[in-house]
Design a protein around this ligand. Structure first.
Ligand SMILES: [Zn+2]
Length: 448
């Protein structure tokens, strides 16, 4: 284990912050180091350029044989920026192990989980001189900036990346030691709208009462998004929405997660939303409309009596299987136009979109993943079968370009502080991850 831990710590020392132009060389050096590690471990590895501006990806292949399945494993070696630096208890790029927990930027997201995959395979390769499947690693350096070059890369390396199934460890575990299989993710659709009233800010005493106020118009539009029961009030919004299966509702009830925990994590005073659904059901399997930001009028100290000229808001919709993100944007635009108060004009700018993802956890690949989890976490009575509320758009790209499903076997704990100061990964999760990926390759070898 010491060698394996040392390898991870070396990986974590690269400040591979993909969004920061001054770290461009660090990102590349990190990718090159990873490439060398895989090459020295007996794989055919290469650093693949994406675009002239972009960060390179690493593609590596194990021994290839006929008549066995091809498994592609995806991860990312770039990380989020470390700020705010003063809130870190140890330097983000000088990994520190304290009480068997590794503290560093990227410890969980995604270097720790990626390295567990890599070392699981390399340890098998060292021992057996072969792997149970034809293995391809695809590790990119641009995930934290939205994977702008991933889809082009999938297309330009389509043949090299051809596979039967994909596995990714970039999701969560419901609790320590509980093997968790994520079989669904919500989709997303974003938009911004701005409202314009008078050509400039007006004196609210001289003009108030006669000229429409863009801030009030914005507030009434925002209020029109939901009805009094917490349902989204956009016409057609729920059309085609797939309902939860009975087994999902039953399985989620048994998870070690309850409303008290949600209140404790969020600091909210009570949970709200569609009353016929539980907290987890609302977050994992129901669509939403959320306001992400609003701005209008005077924000400084004291009062300034104006009718502001403009108001803006940013919205995002989380979507579930059966909803088409483009259609949701169209319905939302129609809704906003229909409810726009008199005396103002509106401009709507659509943002990024991604479809929801759902796979059947009981299909052969899903069952193989569950067996691998069960072997690795024998103390967990049942494998937790979950969906997650967030979106991982690349999973849909895999489906669209390569035509295959993705198994999501996450190792992140709820308190891993991903994207935040003091990001951490328990050594036990890293260790279990290495074993999980050995087991996974073995279990997936039975796929035809
Ligand atoms: Zn991330």
């Amino acid at each position: 284990m010491n060698n394996e831990l040392d390898t991870l710590l070396k990986f974590l020392r690269f400040p591979s912050v993909s969004t920061d132009p001054s770290r461009k060389d660090d990102v590349r050096n990190c990718g090159q180091w990873l490439c060398d590690l895989l090459q020295e471990g007996g794989m055919q590895a290469q650093l693949v350029e994406t675009s002239t501006e972009g960060h390179p990806a690493v593609i590596a292949k194990g021994p290839q044989k006929e008549n066995r399945p091809t498994v592609l494993i995806y991860g990312h070696y770039d990380v989020q920026p470390e700020d705010p630096l003063d809130l870190w208890e140890s330097p983000p790029f000088e990994p520190t192990v304290k009480n068997d927990v590794i503290y560093a930027r990227g410890a969980t997201d995604n270097k720790g989980q990626l390295m567990a995959h890599a070392l699981g395979a390399l340890s098998l390769l060292e021992k057996e001189g072969d792997l149970p499947v034809n293995l391809t690693f695809l590790f990119e350096g641009e995930e934290e900036i939205g994977s702008p070059n991933l889809e082009p890369l999938l297309k330009s390396h389509r043949e090299e990346l051809d596979c039967d199934i994909i596995a990714v460890s970039d999701t969560g575990m419901v609790a320590p030691g509980v093997g968790t299989f994520t079989y669904g993710l919500r989709g997303i659709a974003c938009l911004e709208f701005s409202i314009t009233g008078p050509s400039g800010d007006l004196h609210s005493g001289i003009w108030g009462g006669s000229v429409a106020n863009p801030a009030s118009a914005l507030a009434s539009l925002i209020a029109s998004l939901h009805d009094e029961n917490g349902k989204v009030a956009i016409d057609g919004f729920y059309e085609g929405v797939s309902e939860l299966e009975d087994w999902e509702r039953a399985a989620w009830k048994k998870l070690p997660s309850d409303e008290a925990e949600s209140l404790a994590i969020t600091g909210a005073s009570e949970l709200v939303g569609e009353s016929e659904y539980s907290d987890l059901e609302r977050r994992w399997a129901r669509p939403t409309a959320e306001v992400n930001g609003m701005g209008s009028g005077y924000q400084g100290e004291g009062s300034k009596t104006i009718i502001p000229s403009t108001a803006t808001a940013k919205l995002s919709f989380r979507l579930v299987p059966g909803q088409d993100p483009q259609k949701i944007l169209e319905l939302s635009e129609a809704h906003l136009k229909k409810h726009l108060p008199a005396g103002v004009s509106m401009q709507i700018t659509p943002g990024h979109c991604g479809s929801a993802y759902l796979t059947d956890p009981q299909n052969p690949a899903g069952m193989a993943a569950q067996r691998a989890l069960q072997k690795t976490f024998p103390q967990s009575k049942n494998i937790a079968l979950i969906r997650e509320g967030g979106s991982i758009p690349i999973i849909q790209s895999f489906k669209d370009v390569l035509g295959v499903d993705t198994l999501l076997l996450g190792l992140a704990l709820p308190d891993c502080e991903i994207h935040a100061p003091n990001e951490n990964f328990p050594v036990a999760n890293f260790q279990a991850g290495i074993e999980l990926h050995r087991n996974l390759l073995e279990e997936l070898s039975s796929l035809t």
